[in-house]
Design a protein around this ligand. Sequence first.
Ligand code: PHE
Length: 457
Amino acid sequence: MHSEEYSHRGIWSSKIAFIFAAAGSAIGPGNIWRFPMMVGNNGGAVFVIVYVLVVVLIGLPVMIAELSLGRHSQRNPVGTFERIKPRTPWKLNGYLGVLTSLFILSYISVIAGWAVGYFIKVITGTFTGEVTSQFTEKVFIEFTSNQFQVFLFFMLTIGITVYIVSKGIQGGIEKWVKALMPFLLVLLVFLAIYAISLPGAAKGLAFYLNPDFSKLKGSVVVYALGQAFFSLSLGMGIMITLGSYIRKSENLISLAGWVCFSDTFIAILAGFIIFPTLSAIPGTSPSTGPGLVFQVLPLIFSKIPGGLIFGSLFFILLFIAAVTSTISLLEVPVSFAIDELKWSRTKAVWLSGSLAFLLGAPSALSSGGMTLFTKIDFMGTIDFFFGNLTLAISALVTCIFIVYVWKLKNAIKEIESGIKRFNLRFLWIFSITILAPAAILIILYFIKTITGFSSFN
Ligand code: PHE
């Protein structure tokens, strides 16, 4: 029966294929743009330390939990809850995941589109000559209010995503992510080496690596938690979906470990690009906030030697990272439609892609969080609900479901199917039962202070 299901739904050809796809999902604007911003706003090195602890103690266990659910059910998020506890409202949590994925897909595609626009700006010489911060701000506002351009690049992103996902698990997602991820890594390492070698880099490095524990506050922990969930693509059914294509013989713990490690590695690498560069340019500040990538970096690219190459590489990279995330986001509604509605992959991809397109249009047209189209900050609102709120709620419900409905012993059986001994089983149980739910409740309590993409302008 399983082999039939595999052939109908698709399966990862190897362990590496899964790691690439899941790491591709996790690695995105959250690592390259959002993580450095969080570090900059939350005390530098001390945030980095708290973040790493949160990933290990909470992010990793929750990822193992989501993967085990998916592999057990071999279904999309809705089918997963339905299969384990049929005809109960638990499947609503699956629907929440499908919905969250569609919405996050819609606005991440807008941001990916901005990266394309900025790539073109850099290579066509917009940021050469005398460039001031007023100038880059003006360019940013003009660019994001040029609805035609933003819309075009947004369409391009959705189009590329639809194309890749329509090719299926082995032919599409696997192949493309495998090709794109190593390129991303090489570019980042290159840029980091370049940045560290800039004169004046040492101050930025000290800010990034030398912890000042007097800056350790409750808010640092809350931001670190929110960032970890967002960055690891947890709480929206992605890891359940990707887990459903994993063979029973694979070791889920090592798979999740690799994904968490590479996601964190790339985020930390991004910091090695941003902070040395910032300190190399007098007058810039690490706590510039959301405008960091789009307004401050072009300023830097215009001043340093080789800035044109440095700058264009950076924006290609941001685009690649975003697309490897949009692929996994689209796969959630697609797997739902294939499993539950019995649609063909082609139909599922085209209809889900069109839906994401329609949902993203207001974000694209609301000119980067400003109010031209809808008179509300559409993108900010979507991010608040779907980038923070539903994500945390869904992860919490998933933990409760595993502990009280599916039961820990079944989850452990699933996890142990690919390994000899689950050595850290008690740590995992502690995290899923107590640590992660408590942490998520804290996020929900402080949700208003977690901004995410919400203030993009
Ligand atoms: N995890 C991705 C990042 O770090 C973004 C993302 C969020 C992808 C939610 C999927 C779901 O940028």
